[in-house]
Design a protein around this ligand. Structure first.
Ligand SMILES: *[C@@H]1O[C@H](CO)[C@@H](O)[C@H](O)[C@H]1NC(C)=O
Ligand SMILES: *[C@@H]1O[C@H](CO)[C@@H](O)[C@H](O)[C@H]1NC(C)=O
Ligand SMILES: *[C@@H]1O[C@H](CO)[C@@H](O)[C@H](O)[C@H]1NC(C)=O
Ligand SMILES: [Zn+2]
Length: 367
């Protein structure tokens, strides 16, 4: 056996375990996200409120084809460069302006003055009406929307109505009547000072119908700093009467609350039956062919917004490059081997011919 062949076989042998090691990695990464989806599905199937099944007999829209919330499958979103950043105006309120904070039996609602408005990102202008939250329990997450099957700890909805209508009640029955800004809440390392402005008052409104006046603050602080990255779709109110009149914006950046703040949220308010008010989210609804737009290229992983995933994407990139290099080396060595093997065979086939050629060449060179 010649040396070149030996080298190639050795190289291949050395790479074999490496290849075996590398190959399962992409599979491992995807099965991780499959698990996430299974968890999301599992948790979603625990229907939080028993009467949800009967909503559409009293409110026909609840059985419609443009219902909310939905699962946002990022791979199926449509990148729309004309979705401009959401612009908020009048969101910073002075402390001497008092706002009503209320337990309505379904959620905590903060009533907002009409001076707050969305002035950019939508084709029309929308005035704020109220904001409220959806949450799970101490064990389970409770956002309404999910992203790639993943449910987040909680979700904020800031509800607005089109300025071309005189009131919220008039707007909510019109196809272009409402705009809701939604953002996901997750547990982070530190206390969120903006959410503190709401959470510190919850113990005063434990009973249904109770309300308290809270000092104004910068309401925009309850929403992500990045108002450029979002998903957009046509949907509905997520509680009866489920009117299909909401242009939804779901931000890609999430809000972080401390662990203590999150547990305050899920353990303070009570329902009519004086049970804890928990799991006040509606299950995700069928898309029925609706499109979900994205203001950014959501099909590509956004490393800075998914710190949990960024490392695996980096590792994936490195492995891909390594794999590519190893493949190139193998291919090159193989070609080299074939080339050498062929020229050797050629020489063996016609020893006299090659001798003649070599002599001729050498004489020419010395001349
Ligand atoms: C679903 O709930 C279980 C607890 O019942 C929890 O351990 C799991 O993390 C939840 N799934 C997700 C996607 O958060
Ligand atoms: C929402 O509905 C309006 C009116 O029918 C339509 O023009 C718009 O394209 C829809 N938006 C999306 C994201 O499908
Ligand atoms: C944000 O977008 C990235 C990229 O599509 C996606 O992986 C991530 O799940 C999104 N997160 C949220 C909260 O929308
Ligand atoms: Zn809501």
């Amino acid at each position: 056996m010649n040396r070149a062949a030996l080298r190639v076989s050795l190289l291949l042998l050395l790479q074999l375990p490496l290849l075996l090691l590398l190959l399962p990695v992409p599979g491992g990464a995807s099965s991780e996200s499959d698990n996430d989806q299974e968890h999301g599905g599992e948790n979603a199937s625990h229907s939080p409120e028993k009467d949800r099944e009967h909503w559409d007999s009293d409110y026909p829209d609840c059985g419609g084809t443009m219902q909310s919330p939905i699962n946002i499958d990022t791979a199926r979103t449509i990148f729309s460069p004309d979705l401009r950043p959401i612009q908020l105006s009048g969101y910073s309120l002075p402390a001497n302006e008092r706002l009503v904070l209320k337990n309505n039996g379904h959620t905590v609602v903060l009533e907002l003055p009409e001076s707050l408005a969305i002035t950019g990102g939508y084709a029309q202008q929308y005035r704020a009406a109220q904001l409220h939250l959806h949450w799970g329990s101490w064990l389970e997450p409770g956002s309404e929307h999910t992203v790639n099957g993943r449910r987040f700890a909680a979700e904020i909805h800031v509800v607005h109505y089109n300025t071309k209508y005189d009131s919220f009640n008039e707007a909510m029955v019109r196809p272009d009547g409402l705009a809701v800004l939604g953002a996901f809440l997750e547990v982070g390392p530190s206390e969120n000072p903006y959410y503190h402005e709401i959470l510190e008052h919850l113990h005063k409104i434990q009973g249904v119908g109770q309300e308290v006046l809270v000092p104004g603050f910068n309401i925009a602080g309850l929403l992500p700093a990045n108002l450029k990255l979002y998903f957009h779709y046509n949907g509905s109110l997520t509680t009866p009467p489920c009117y299909q009149t909401v242009k939804w914006t779901i931000f890609n950046q999430t809000m972080l609350l401390s662990h203590d703040q999150m547990s305050l949220l899920v353990r303070s308010l009570r329902t009519d039956d004086s049970d804890l008010l928990q799991n006040n989210f509606r299950p995700v609804q069928n898309l029925h062919g609706r499109q979900v737009l994205a203001s950014f290229q959501a099909t590509q992983p956004l490393v800075k917004h998914t710190p949990g995933h960024s490392t695996s994407f980096h590792a994936g990139d490195v492995l891909a490059v390594l794999f590519g290099v190893l493949f190139a080396v193998t291919a090159l060595a193989f070609l080299l081997y074939i080339y050498k093997h062929r020229s050797q065979n050629a020489r063996l086939d016609s020893p006299t011919k090659s001798k003649v050629i070599y002599t001729a060449a050498s004489t020419e060179n010395t001349a």
